[in-house]
Design a protein around this ligand. Structure first.
Ligand SMILES: Nc1ncnc2c1ncn2[C@@H]1O[C@H](COP(=O)(O)OP(=O)(O)OP(=O)(O)O)[C@@H](O)[C@H]1O
Ligand SMILES: [Mg+2]
Length: 305
């Protein structure tokens, strides 16, 4: 992450990882609202192929105009498919199918789309990637300035997070190296049952060092630059909060990856109540415990360089 960063443009955050139902859309929508209420111009992008529903979290109907209108050239500029929301400074862009299809497309088209997104008039963009770790999701995650994984304290969700991180990191390495033999080692490592016995990035670096010292050093540098973020959601106890720190330590110990623990959001019945009423939690019940947690994470994001 940070690979495509330049100084004079907005931050693009992607929100993904974890399992279905971990709270990615709820957090994306409510973070977006909190950030925009600080005067930051925010665009939310719904890229969840499985079930685009960010609009519902914002209390608006399914948008009639989507990214497809831009891709099929019914409109000439991407900003024409932005949907206003009831919150000043906050707009929505939907079109998961077309977005991820484009990410699957040739890299020229992919870069063109990402460039159009980068040129949108705003200060920050939050992309709800949905669950899963398909190639298009991983590429979007890797092209952003910051990736945020939403994890719940259940072992299955934690397991998915490690899998997502490993896939994203290996994919990044595969895109980066030029030597065919090193590429083959990385591709081999992507298969968990690989014959080389590579279980984590440390094993991978050892295997690469045997063939190419320079590439091994580049991989170490890359691991240093790869700094994903984590939000633990649906936390019910102090012990749950600690899980975020355990994931962070395990990532460093076993993967050599520095994961930043952005914070946690408590499990709160008010979340479900607000969704049922189609009223964003931070607007409907700003004093609720979950809303307070989101506001805390908002100030961390707003202050990130
Ligand atoms: N902090 C929380 N407290 C209580 N319930 C929550 C919390 N976060 C999420 N939920 C519940 O989990 C449900 C799923 O949340 P959400 O739709 O945001 O997940 P998701 O990760 O976007 O799922 P998908 O992968 O299917 O898109 C919500 O409808 C809500 O009821
Ligand atoms: Mg969702």
């Amino acid at each position: 992450m940070g690979w495509t960063q330049s100084n004079n443009r907005k931050m693009i955050w992607t929100i993904g990882g974890g399992k279905g139902g971990s709270g990615k859309s709820f957090i994306t929508a409510n973070l977006g609202i909190c950030l925009s209420r600080l005067g930051i111009r925010v665009i939310l992008i719904d890229a969840d192929l499985g079930g685009a529903n960010l609009h519902t979290f914002l209390g608006i109907s399914p948008p009639a105009i989507t990214l497809a209108d831009f891709i099929k050239r019914r409109v000439s500029h991407l900003h024409e498919v932005l949907i206003p929301t009831t919150v000043p400074n906050l707009q929505l862009l939907t079109g998961a199918q077309d977005l991820l299809n484009a990410m699957d497309a040739k890299s020229v088209q992919k870069r063109k789309l990402v460039r159009s997104i980068q040129h949108l008039e705003s200060d920050m963009i939050l992309v709800d990637l949905g669950a899963g770790n398909s190639v298009s999701v991983l590429d979007f995650f890797l092209m952003s300035d910051g990736g945020i994984l939403i994890v719940t304290p259940e072992p299955t969700s934690v397991e998915n997070t490690y899998r997502f991180l490993k896939s994203a990191f290996y994919r990044r390495l595969r895109q980066m190296v030029s030597s065919p033999s090193v590429k083959a080692v990385i591709e081999g490592a992507m298969d968990r049952k690989n014959e080389m016995g590579i279980q984590n990035p440390y094993d991978l670096i050892k295997a690469v060092r045997r063939i190419d010292q320079t590439e091994a050093d580049r991989i170490i540098e890359e691991a240093e630059a790869f700094r994903p973020n984590l939000i633990l959601n649906q936390v019910r106890s102090k012990k749950d909060i600690e899980i975020g720190f355990s994931i962070r330590s395990a990532c460093l110990k076993y993967f050599g990856i520095h994961l930043h623990y952005l914070g946690y959001v408590v499990y709160d019945q008010d979340v479900s109540n607000s969704i049922r009423r189609r009223r964003p939690l931070v607007l409907e019940n700003a004093r609720s415990r979950a809303a307070q947690c989101i506001m805390e994470i908002t100030s961390k994001l707003a202050n990130r360089p």
